[in-house]
Design a protein around this ligand. Structure first.
Ligand code: SAM
Length: 273
């Protein structure tokens, strides 16, 4: 004879575990914010949506209601069974149990472009953004909730205090649009910081114009590694003064004064003989 489960036993179709701080689990609950994100994504019938970190389904289920199908990558094993059980009422959810940083998004796309969405774990924002950039060729666009301060850095232009490596690296490959901010009260538990939703649209490869991505990345890293120094001093190891001048840039400037196009020109400049 099978015994009934004890009255308080966790049910496989209920989210019973407390949120895990180590996994950045601040779950969205404010309906108005969720609706705004879905509206910003505005899925079209032929889209292939891939969500990073579905959590308890705050975005997943409304997206499934609207779109019918999506793939979601979740690291927390405890969330998988309840996600799968509850998704059945909303649409077709394909769950990938993995650390998103280990997921080959190009292989996942399997030849057809994907749209990435997610309320990201804030402790992994930059690694996830750079991981996505590595697969930009298969990504139509990305809609991410991130710490507001990170979104400000992503979207900043030259002259701004927060313009830096993240701004240049992302804007070189993507059009970056900050969409709207979200207060801590929209999440459970509330994070200690404000949040914001950002849209990234990878640029067409022929418009990017970077000859050697590794050199470009090295120059941007060195330039902002010592952002108070002039380019002549900050770039000493990677690029000499004559090369900076040959790119039409004053070596007395600092990194924060250069536009993304200046960095591209500098990185494409053959080293001075
Ligand atoms: N999307 C849900 C929401 O809006 O309520 C959850 C968002 S919560 C901020 C971040 C989610 O990412 C959590 O579900 C967490 O378990 C998951 N996560 C954390 N690290 C991850 C990783 N490396 N790979 C995939 N998912 C991860």
């Amino acid at each position: 004879m099978t015994r009934p489960p004890p009255r308080n036993a966790p049910s496989p179709d209920r989210f019973s575990e407390p949120p895990k701080k180590s996994l950045g689990q601040n779950f969205l609950h404010e309906r108005g914010v969720i609706d705004r994100i879905v509206l910003a994504i505005a899925p079209r019938p032929s889209d292939r949506l891939v969500e990073i970190g579905p959590g308890q389904g705050a975005l997943t289920f409304p997206l499934l209601d609207r779109h019918g199908a999506l793939t979601a990558i979740e690291f927390d094993r405890d969330l998988l069974a309840p996600l799968a059980a509850q998704a059945a009422a909303h649409g077709e959810l394909t769950l990938v149990h993995a650390n998103v940083l280990d997921v080959d998004l190009t292989a996942l796309a399997a030849g057809a472009p994907i749209r990435l969405v997610g309320n990201l774990p804030y402790n992994l924002s930059s690694p996830i953004l750079f991981h996505a950039l590595d697969h930009a060729a298969v990504i139509t666009d990305m809609h991410f909730m991130l710490q507001k301060e990170v979104v400000e850095r992503m979207a900043a232009g030259p002259g701004s205090k927060v313009y830096g490596r993240l701004s240049v690296m992302l804007q070189a490959w993507c059009e970056v649009t900050a969409l709207f901010t979200v207060g801590p009260g929209a999440f459970k538990p509330p994070p200690k910081v404000d949040s914001a939703v950002v849209r990234l649209r990878p640029r067409a490869p022929e418009t990017i114009g970077i000859d050697d991505p590794v050199r470009f990345s090295g120059i941007v890293r060195a330039a902002f590694g010592q952002r108070r120094k002039t380019l002549r001093n900050a770039l000493g190891q990677v690029c000499d003064e004559a090369t900076i001048r040959a790119a039409g840039i004053d070596p007395q400037l600092r990194a924060e004064q250069l536009a993304v196009a200046d960095f591209v020109r500098l990185a494409n400049q053959p080293p001075a003989a």
